[in-house]
Ligand binder design. Structure first.
Ligand code: GLV
Ligand code: MN
Ligand code: MN
Length: 411
């Protein structure tokens, strides 16, 4: 079985086809979680799972599973592969989708080759990994791992005022299974790197050994609306200027930091949002990340102190609300070593690395030994339609996944 390979054409065709589904009138890929666009992707995935002869199961948070039991001992915990197929707004076609479709491809290829696994193989597509519409991100895998209760997650209110549970029902993906119903023996997630390291170093495979901590907050600053022409600068309580100061503070601090902190304000809204009115209110989000928990805590504390000072100096009130907080995660050393060994056996260059992005693997790591495989991202670009990984690199990564899966499934 050592010379088994995936069906490369089928994998690339499916990645491209899934990438064509869920586009808006401007052609942007917008399969945000539990939307009608997400349903299009889900329906296609389910049809491919069925075509591959897998049993399809959906749990209460809408996670989709393709299960191959074959003649395996069904008392044994399954090897689980997976990722997500929800996207950000104006996404690329690889983020998440690659891991799900390569997981399906690995299982389908093993099945077609007459491989006899000792334990079941499962591919999972977790709900709302991106967290664009509903917080927190990695929600489906977090619920699956027992990190948040199902009722709380289903009650999550989206940026558009919708309720996740109702939306899952509406699109037909409020399943019956209890999250966590299959406890994995091991979980392996293949993903595009979404950063510049592998390409810069000319390395084919990343064996991901850890993943940085993530802190998401929503900040609301209240000042006072007033006339843009008549109000002297010294008399203003300008929520917009206060928000700008926060943005500069976190960006300057992260840039100057000796730690590996990154800081982003990805959304902002002013009220009343009119050209000649001083903003009465600014609402924006902050995404802070660092691989070191102590550094991340120090950044959060510095931000909190700055917000207090700002409230006093700018005559505004400031509220900070946590939307997501995940500590850095260390993946399973044995699984990381298997990935490295797989790359070596295939004659591919490989390095250990840290994931800058959040992934479902960080949640499943709470309940099963887990690790990730990365392949290069051109220009390190992701969360952008220009996201790109060459077919040869995608195929190489999927073949490593296949080999690791076969190795893990034999005992
Ligand atoms: C998920 O894509 C994240 O890292 O924000
Ligand atoms: Mn992803
Ligand atoms: Mn993403």
């Amino acid at each position: 079985m050592s010379n088994l390979t995936i069906n490369a054409d089928r994998l690339i065709r499916r990645i491209e086809e899934l990438g064509s589904l869920g586009r808006d009138a401007q052609g942007r890929l917008v399969r945000v979680a539990a939307s009608d666009m997400d349903r299009l992707g889900r329906d296609r995935l389910v049809s491919w799972l069925k075509e591959a002869g897998l049993e399809v199961a959906v749990d209460r948070i809408g996670n989709i599973f393709g299960i191959w039991r074959d003649n395996a001992n069904t008392d044994l915990a399954p090897v689980m592969l997976g990722s997500h197929i929800d996207t950000v707004i104006d996404a690329g076609i690889y983020d998440g989708c690659y891991g799900v479709l390569a997981g399906l491809e690995a299982i389908e290829s093993l099945k077609e080759a007459g491989f006899a696994p000792a334990r079941p193989l499962v591919v999972a597509a977790f709900t709302n990994e991106e967290g664009v519409r509903y917080s927190p991100d990695m929600m489906g895998s977090l619920v699956y791992a027992g990190g948040v209760g199902i009722e709380d997650a289903l009650a999550a209110v989206g940026t558009d005022g919708t309720v996740l549970g109702k939306e899952l029902e509406r699109i037909g993906y409020a399943g019956q299974h209890q999250p966590g119903f299959l406890k994995p023996h091991v979980y392996v997630e293949l993903h595009v790197e979404q950063g510049p390291v592998l390409e810069r170093e000319g390395i084919a495979i990343g064996a991901v050994e850890n993943l940085q901590g993530i802190s998401w907050q929503r900040i609301t600053i209240d000042g006072e609306a007033n006339h843009a022409g008549t109000t002297p600068m010294a008399m203003r309580r300008d929520a917009g200027v206060a928000a700008a100061r926060v943005i500069s503070f976190i960006a300057d601090r992260a840039s100057a930091s000796r730690a590996r902190t990154v800081a982003t304000v990805g959304t902002i809204a002013f009220e009343p949002n009119a050209i000649n009115v001083i903003p009465a209110r600014a609402i924006f989000t902050i995404d802070l990340r660092d691989p070191n928990e102590a550094s991340l805590k120090a950044e959060e504390a510095a931000l909190a102190a700055f917000l207090d000072e700002l409230a006093a100096s700018a005559g505004v009130t400031v509220q900070a609300e946590s939307l997501a907080r995940f500590e850095p995660v260390t993946f399973d050393a044995r699984v990381v070593a298997l990935i490295e060994a797989g790359a070596k056996a295939a004659g591919l260059s490989c390095r250990r690395m840290t994931s800058g992005a959040g992934h479902d693997a960080q949640m499943i790591a709470r309940i099963a030994p887990s690790a990730m495989i990365f392949v290069p991202s051109r220009g390190g670009i992701s969360h952008n339609p220009a996201e790109f990984t060459a077919a040869g690199e995608l195929i190489a990564g999927a073949n490593i996944l296949l080999g690791v899966t076969a190795g893990l499934a034999v005992d």
